[in-house]
Ligand binder design. Structure first.
Ligand SMILES: [Zn+2]
Length: 591
């Protein structure tokens, strides 16, 4: 017997409590308090209400709840004192069938963890797809989390409790993220293709026009055809383009998509989520034989990350006429010019200019993307509305002082280039923190030919400064550069600066941001507006048409450009549902 939302909203309180029994380990008070927020518009809203109760309960109650949980594969499992839900979940993960070696490894991890944090390790062992992590995955996560800070680990345990409860609620409601699971699986399937040198190590790397890259394009083409797109092709720069026709020929087009190339040793979701999620929506439209008053065009951009060639945003750039012909002569590390790589892939460089889109044919561009940061994860909110993609400016800098004897040069006579740089690094950190949503990073820092007994005479470093609005970013830059000049003046050292990148901020088009907000509101999950610290394909499309992005929460603190990048099939389902609401609302607007 599955529960319905109607029952939760209307049945007598005690009856509902009985229906929701067993969600939190020996702690029915959380469901009890969450019910004060009845009625719920969606299961997602009920899930969120429970996270709020636990967040507001305070640290003592949180630790008490964590302590009510069994240890992984613990002795209590033998004595059968686990709740039915817990033992079912642990046995799905194979934890009830450990070899003696595995069991003793887990016991050691359990006792180390308990000694460090004072509470048991909690992991949603059913994982991000809900069907169970392997023992090897569980032990790897356990070892990694043992190194965390206690405050972080407390929150991470609570997040895992929320995830356990989410899956238990899905079971009770018979509400499984069917499309989210499919899209989750497509990411796994696409991640099989990886460049040589990485594939052997089980790492994911897909750079422009390699064999793995072309296999990815072919995979996406095949999936688009399966989903029922009417036209599917690979364009002159390697973008995969699928169009699902409108009800009436000659209608305008909604453009969406993201990139399928990756950084080196990447995560599986960066970019790809924004291709697959709308594909799942189109598959549903096709299954229902439903046509909208606009075409839906999904583009898998061939290149965004700038890994093999210095041609970042090549794929989306081609759509706005930003492809630079001189790129064709650029060589990769093996000396292969881009022109040859394109010819080898069967791409016709003469057609590149034709990739450029005419904005008159388009309604706008929307992009779904994994957040790539910790914000949504920390807030227990699955989706984020992007207000602007931060503009960035990058410099490569050098400070020159005097290299002198570390033993004989008194402190007040030094011209120390590294100390001057260090002073600037601290200033940058403080200055960026003064603004909302500004960030400043000194990511490269080097004393060339430095020695242990020489005062640093040169220091090379980088500056990367970003903010949601160009004026805010420029004010930060002028302060940082003024401070650099002042530090150098005071210390008697010289500096040089080379501007290497300057990209304007791309604020979301208000009407399109509003469409995402309405869509997310309809799902019953809280609205959270945030800027994007990372650059995205939407920045390029911003040049010729209105755009707005939707972020999807990442697990593991939202880590990205890292194999630990991860998201749940439940969150993917919510993104798919949000896009479905957006296109349905757009269809009504256009009628
Ligand atoms: Zn990306």
């Amino acid at each position: 017997m599955t529960i319905t939302l109607e029952q939760v909203n209307t049945a007598p309180y005690k009856e509902v409590l009985a229906l929701l029994d067993g969600l939190h380990e020996h702690s029915p008070w959380i469901a009890e308090q969450a019910l004060a927020a009845r009625p719920f518009a969606s299961l997602a809203q009920l899930k969120h209400a429970m996270t709020v109760v636990l967040r507001d309960a305070g640290k003592d109650a949180q630790i008490k709840l964590i302590q009510a949980h069994p240890e992984l594969a613990s002795k209590t499992m033998v004595s059968q004192s686990l709740t039915a839900e817990s033992s079912n979940e642990q046995s799905k993960a194979g934890l009830t069938k450990c070899t003696p070696d595995e069991f003793s490894t887990i016991q050691k991890l359990n006792s180390d963890y308990n000694a460090k944090f004072g509470f048991p390790f909690i992991l949603a062992v059913r994982g991000t797809r809900g069907d169970g992590l392997t023992k090897q995955q569980i032990m790897a996560i356990f070892e990694r989390r043992l190194r965390n800070h206690p405050d972080f680990e407390l929150s991470e345990c609570l997040r895992n409790i929320h995830r356990v409860v989410e899956l238990r609620l899905n079971d009770k409601f018979g509400a499984h993220p069917v499309l989210g699971n499919d899209v989750w699986d497509w990411h796994e399937q696409l991640a099989q293709y990886s460049d040589p040198g990485y594939r052997e190590k089980g790492q994911l790397t897909v750079t422009y026009l390699t064999e793995a890259h072309r296999a990815c394009a072919a995979f996406i083409v095949g999936k688009m055809r399966e989903c029922g797109f009417d036209d599917v092709k690979i364009d002159a720069v390697g973008n995969v383009v699928g169009v699902y026709h409108a009800a009436v020929p000659g209608s305008k087009t909604l453009l969406t998509g993201s990139h399928y190339d990756t950084v080196r040793n990447a995560g599986k979701y960066d970019g790809r989520l924004g291709i697959f999620a709308p594909m799942a929506c189109v598959r549903e439209l096709h299954r229902q034989a439903k046509r909208l008053p606009f075409n839906i065009e999904v583009v898998g951009f061939a290149e965004e990350e700038g890994q093999r060639y210095k041609a970042t945003f090549l794929g989306s750039g081609a759509l706005v006429g930003d492809f630079k012909p001189e790129w064709l002569d650029q060589k990769d590390v093996d000396g292969m010019p881009m022109r040859e790589a394109m010819a080898h892939a069967g791409l016709n460089t003469a057609d590149i200019a034709g990739v450029k889109r005419n904005p008159d044919n388009y309604l706008g561009f929307v992009e779904m993307h994994i957040e790539q940061g910790p914000v949504l994860n920390e807030l227990d909110i699955p989706l984020g509305i992007v207000t602007s993609i931060n503009g960035n400016v990058r410099y490569l800098c050098e400070i020159t002082g005097v290299a002198s004897h570390a033993g004989t040069t008194p402190m007040n006579r030094r011209r120390d280039a590294a100390s001057a740089t260090a002073e600037l690094a601290l200033y940058l950190e403080n200055r960026a923190a003064q603004d909302a949503d500004s960030v400043g990073t000194m990511g490269m820092l080097q004393v060339p030919n430095g020695s242990i007994n020489v005062v640093p005479g040169r220091c090379l470093f980088s500056l990367d400064m970003r903010a949601p609005v160009d004026t805010q970013r420029d004010a930060m830059i002028s302060d940082v550069l003024a401070e650099l000049a002042a530090i150098c003046e005071r210390r008697g050292v010289q500096h040089t600066l080379e501007l290497t990148e300057r990209a304007a901020a791309a604020p979301s088009a208000p009407a399109w941001q509003q469409r995402w907000e309405s869509a997310v509101q309809r799902l019953g999950v809280p609205l959270y507006a945030m800027p994007s610290g990372a650059g995205h394909d939407a920045m390029k499309l911003h040049k010729i048409m209105p755009q707005a992005m939707l972020f999807v929460r990442g697990q593991n603190s939202g880590i990205s450009h890292n194999p630990l990048e991860s998201t749940t099939s439940c969150d993917i389902q919510l993104a798919i549902d949000a896009f479905t609401h957006l296109i349905n609302a757009l269809a009504i607007d256009l009628q």
